[in-house]
Write a protein that binds this ligand. Structure first.
Ligand code: PLP
Length: 406
């Protein structure tokens, strides 16, 4: 008789986005004359830039020729792409990586979810609260999080590190010692960042505790302030304790095109056996993944060309203009807002201590604007609300105007 992985049965339903969709569709059908603007989605909206499209067209044509055809990609991804990454994302920041420390994938979500494969079941994970749900759920599926406590909305074996206005969205070192620490910077959902000194403190802590940091830098391209690290390897000793994940989704609009990568330095070794985590991931990658498509890897390479850099930069800046519109508009109207300076997310405090969901309802019905209730990202998100900068400039300005009039 077969048995399922019953860890899946312990997972709480993912109600957040389905509940939002249901509420919006109910409101729209009851009020067909109202124009509802969504600043809720975490997806880009601008088309792929010309440099990327050109590279893809060229690669498509190559694939139709005997000389230019490409079958399976090398296990780690094509060298042309790994070279571009090493040069532009790391060498420029003073970080030297070997090409076999970079693993090309079909995106950061897959890598965040799959990385649990190389760790033992009894590791204790620590996450910030609120959090990108993938980190916790992927560990839960692997039976690494204990039991789910519905009342507390928390897993018994997960260390939650609250990130709120009170601590400036900087997690404090937890009471219990974690083995694996997830850090996302710039952060989704709060849009806040750590300074280099704050991240260095976490690196030092991880080294002291023999813990590993899983560092999600999906929003690196949105960093505008000087003191925010672009890669965790800017911190001293990070190569011995950190894995970094990156994505082409938010910097180049690849959410539907799919490309990302993970960096695992060879200096990162298992404290018990001395095994390199790089070798474990190489083995896992070689066994369970057959590579991102050649055409898409060429598209990724084009992001690093001078044209690609200029064109994607322009897109990011236009999203950041929206972020500024939201930040300035709402704070001008007396709201307390965070984020939006180094990230496409604005994390606002709900007014008068209103709950996240009550504010959602108010915004939907009175301003016809959709956002995301902070409590959907974790208990410490209660009393907050996320707005994204991925809308059009026109809709963003209109939505802000409506919220300010409330
Ligand atoms: C969007 C996002 C990613 C990127 O995921 P992809 O699978 O590469 O599209 C990773 N981490 C966070 C926190 C994100 O918000």
């Amino acid at each position: 008789m077969f048995k399922i992985n019953d860890n899946f049965l312990k997972l709480p339903g993912s109600y957040l986005f389905s509940t939002i969709a249901r509420k919006v569709s109910e409101y729209k059908s009851a009020n067909p004359d109202k124009e509802v603007i969504s600043l809720g989605i975490g997806d880009v909206t601008k088309p792929l830039v010309p440099a990327v499209i050109e590279a893809m067209h060229k690669a498509v044509d190559e694939m139709g020729t005997a000389q230019g055809f490409h079958g399976y990609s090398p296990d780690l991804g094509y060298e042309f792409l790994r070279k571009a990454i090493a040069k532009h994302d790391y060498e420029k920041r003073g970080v030297k990586l070997d090409l076999d420390e970079i693993f090309i994938s079909d995106g950061a979500k897959s890598d965040c979810g799959n990385i649990v494969d190389i760790f033992a079941t009894d590791n204790r994970i620590a996450v910030t609260d609120p959090v990108y749900p993938v980190y916790v759920d992927s560990n839960a599926m692997a039976g690494k999080t204990g039991e789910y406590d519905k009342d507390k909305e928390a897993w018994t074996d997960v260390i939650y590190m609250p990130c709120t206005a009170e601590n400036g969205f900087v997690p404090a070192f937890p009471e219990k010692t974690p083995d694996i620490i997830y850090i996302c910077c710039p952060n989704n959902p709060t849009g806040t960042t750590l300074t280099k000194a704050q991240l260095q403190a976490w690196v030092d802590y991880a080294i002291e505790k023999d813990a590993v940091i899983l560092y999600d830098a999906a929003y690196e391209a949105y960093i505008h302030e000087d003191d925010v690290p672009h890669t965790i390897y800017e911190c001293e000793g990070a190569k011995t304790c950190a894995i970094e994940m990156r994505s082409f989704s938010k910097n180049a609009g690849f959410t539907g095109t799919r490309l990302g990568f993970t960096v695992i330095p060879k200096e990162l070794t298992d404290p018990t056996t001395g095994a390199q985590l790089n070798s474990l991931w190489a083995r896992r990658h070689g066994t369970k993944f057959n590579g991102a498509p050649y055409i898409i890897q060429r598209a990724g390479e084009a992001v690093y060309s001078p044209e690609g850099q200029a064109q994607t930069r322009e897109q990011i800046e236009s999203y950041m203009k929206n972020a500024k519109t939201i930040r300035d508009g709402l704070s001008g109207a007396g709201y307390t807002v965070y984020g939006g300076v180094n990230a496409p997310y604005i994390w606002m405090q709900t007014p008068d201590g209103m709950s996240s969901w009550d504010f959602f309802d108010k915004l939907l019905t009175e301003a016809n604007v959709v956002g995301t209730p902070g409590s959907g990202f974790g208990p410490s998100g209660e009393g907050y609300f996320r707005l994204t900068a991925f809308g059009t400039a026109e809709n963003t300005a209109k939505a802000v105007e409506r919220i300010c009039k409330l």
